[in-house]
Write a new protein. Structure first.
Length: 153
């Protein structure tokens, strides 16, 4: 795919989020990239699969070719349109992913997870070395999320 910048990968994650939204799920999408190649795509499937653990990040991790699992994901980057929750943070750690690029962020005012941050989750399990890059296409990712939640109200 050549030299693709973070915004290009995040646009692909947004495509996944919009597909998930069409299926009745919160619009969160993820892409996993290793050595410049997309090795997996995922989207939130919690509502459509009736599975509260079917988050976009875990969907992408589950879809990675089994030959690449575990330590083979070292050096890979996970792109997510929303800040991965504590459940997904654990999956990222166990998968051996090296970098997470986040579009939207949790907001304390929403009250889902209080004072949570992905960096705090990684530090809690002594994996603070996982790089976190924030705010890539923030406005697009946030607009998707807020549109969904305003429809749910």
């Amino acid at each position: 795919m050549g030299d693709i910048i973070h915004e290009d990968y995040m646009l692909l994650a947004i495509e996944q989020a919009l597909e998930g939204r069409k299926e009745g799920n919160p619009p969160v999408g993820s892409i996993i990239v290793k050595d410049g190649n997309i090795i997996s795509r995922g989207r939130n499937r919690a509502n459509s699969d009736l599975d509260l653990t079917a988050h976009a990040e875990l969907d992408a991790i589950r879809k990675v070719d089994p030959k690449l699992q575990n330590s083979q994901l070292s050096g890979s980057t996970l792109y997510s349109t929303g800040e991965p929750c504590i459940l997904c943070a654990g999956g990222i750690v166990l998968a051996g992913i090296s970098r997470v690029v986040v579009g939207g962020n949790y907001h304390r005012s929403v009250g889902f997870v209080g004072d949570y941050s992905l960096e705090q989750a990684f530090a809690l399990v002594a994996c603070a070395h996982i790089e976190v890059i924030r705010g890539v296409l923030l406005e697009k990712c946030e607009a998707m999320r807020w549109a969904y939640w305003s429809e749910q109200a």
